[in-house]
Design a protein around this ligand. Structure first.
Ligand code: CTP
Length: 459
């Protein structure tokens, strides 16, 4: 019996796929088809796959050509599948010519001619309009956002709004987009909004954007008060609009793998989470000069709280903050300690004190360590009482990682992804709640110290 194997995403199943499977089957007696998982597609930069895995498998099955369907989860799998299933022929379309020649030592490799003028990419573009993104605010993160957005199909960056005309024009010229200083003009030219302005302006910009019927992706921290988060998320829901908080870690494939391993029981029951992220900032930046909204916790707190909320949930019993202060009482380093019914956690961040940025998840059977930059999760280890036993996991993290967040936002806008599990509204509300508690504690401290932060607008 001649065994043949082929692989693909088979998204928006089309004639090219059908013809490939038909000819693959004709090469032998038994055909195995490997269908890629979403996580694997993300890691190889294939963003915006429309159909979920079950649909794609079902479409392959319906052709009747596959004798067996397996899932493809990683790049090294082809080699091991060939051995495991005793494969005689490996085949894929001619767009891959040469790529799989390395398998020739183990089986015959056949490149079948690709069907002309059809592809999933073409169908995706035909079926969906390109969403024009408008950026509000053009700081450092917006500089990273534009090139990352270019890598996501289905979106184009149309323009930037900034009330400071020169700044908007400079940014627009650099990225060859439009500059707007009038919000009405801006909203009439775009479909979705990315907010990258200073933290304290987020609430108003989100509200205005939603009122103009725009879906919103907003940089973290989305807002600094729980009530505001609830109000905005509730309003977005009522209007059928997407409001998503941009914490890039939440959307990257490695972080998902980490969460699934942590929750799988491998390390037993999780009892302690420690997350630390420090980034020394140059003096003079907004983060180190704004005494009300600057400082390390408002800047980095969302990252370090994220794994804690993901693993322990949003209902902590207690949260307490300890801060090392610089000039004017500014928060240079903060540790938030959280107490949950089932465990404890610390979220540490710093802009003026450097520490070992790592994520540690401790359980009753073992622990997980992710070294810096764990917020761009690419590699982690699971360790046990027996120090010789270490399980190692790795996952791709491409570029600045914003592409995962943009791609997820777009899937939600296009209603392909109704699954908000990557960062739920409830989690964004909890993050805003923690920020609010921090700001309140800061206000009290500044009042006692007589330092500038006492003008905080938190009442
Ligand atoms: N294929 C083909 N003819 C086409 C499109 C795809 O023979 N017109 C083959 C590919 O070469 C591959 C298999 O079908 O062996 C699965 O391809 P996949 O990447 O899922 O489909 P594409 O349409 O190429 O997807 P995309 O546009 O997202 O790259």
């Amino acid at each position: 019996m001649i065994k043949v194997i082929t692989y693909g995403t088979f998204d928006l199943f089309h004639e090219g796929h059908y013809r490939l499977l038909e000819r693959a089957k004709a090469l032998g007696d038994y055909l195995i088809v490997g269908v890629t998982t979403e996580a694997y597609d993300l890691t190889r930069g294939k963003l915006n796959v429309v159909d979920n895995l079950m649909t794609r498998i079902e479409n392959v099955r319906k052709t009747g050509f596959a004798d067996e369907i397996i899932i493809e989860e990683s790049s090294g799998q082809k080699f091991s599948d060939i051995k495991k299933y005793g494969i005689d022929i490996f085949t894929v379309g001619s767009d891959w010519i040469g790529t799989f020649d390395y398998l020739k030592d183990y089986c015959k490799v056949v490149y079948l001619e690709r069907t002309k003028n059809i592809s999933s990419t073409m169908l995706r573009e035909k079926n969906r309009p390109i969403r024009r993104i408008g950026i509000i605010g053009n700081g450092r993160i917006a500089e990273r956002f534009v090139p990352e957005a270019k890598l996501v199909s289905g979106v184009s960056t149309q323009g930037v709004y900034n009330p400071h005309k020169e700044s908007a024009i400079r940014f627009a010229q650099k990225w060859e987009i439009e500059a707007y200083t009038d919000l009405e003009d801006f909203f009439s030219a775009i479909d979705v909004v990315y907010i990258a302005s200073p933290h304290e302006t987020h609430y108003e910009y989100i509200k205005t954007s939603l009122k103009h019927g725009k879906h919103v992706l907003c940089e973290k921290p989305m807002v600094l008060r729980k009530e505001q988060a609830e109000e905005l998320l509730g309003y977005a829901k009522e209007q059928g609009l997407v409001l998503l908080e941009g914490i890039k870690t939440a959307y990257c494939p490695g972080f998902h793998k980490l969460l699934s391993i942590a929750c799988s029981g491998t390390i037993g029951n999780i009892r302690n989470v420690e997350a630390c992220f420090t980034k020394l900032e140059k003096y003079g930046t907004r983060e180190l000069t704004n005494h009300v909204y600057g400082g390390s916790f408002t800047e980095l707190g969302s990252y370090v709280l994220l794994p804690i909320l993901k693993l322990f949930g949003t209902d902590y019993r207690e949260i307490r903050f300890d801060t090392i202060r610089g000039e004017g009482g500014l928060d240079l380093f903060t540790r938030a300690s959280l107490v949950y019914p089932v465990g404890i956690a610390t979220a540490t961040c710093g802009l003026g004190v450097k520490s070992d940025g790592r994520l540690l998840i401790a359980g009753t059977k073992g622990y997980i360590v992710v070294e810096a930059p764990w917020w761009k999760t690419a590699y982690f280890e699971v360790r046990y009482e027996d120090a010789d036993r270490i399980d190692r996991y790795s996952e791709c993290f491409l570029g600045d990682g914003l592409r995962y967040e943009i791609s997820h936002f777009l899937s939600m806008v296009n209603e392909q992804d109704k699954d908000h599990f990557k960062l739920t509204g409830r989690e964004s509300v909890a993050l805003a709640g923690a920020m609010e508690k921090f700001m309140e504690a800061e206000k009290r401290t500044h009042e006692n110290l007589g330092t500038p932060g006492m003008q905080s607008e938190i009442s």
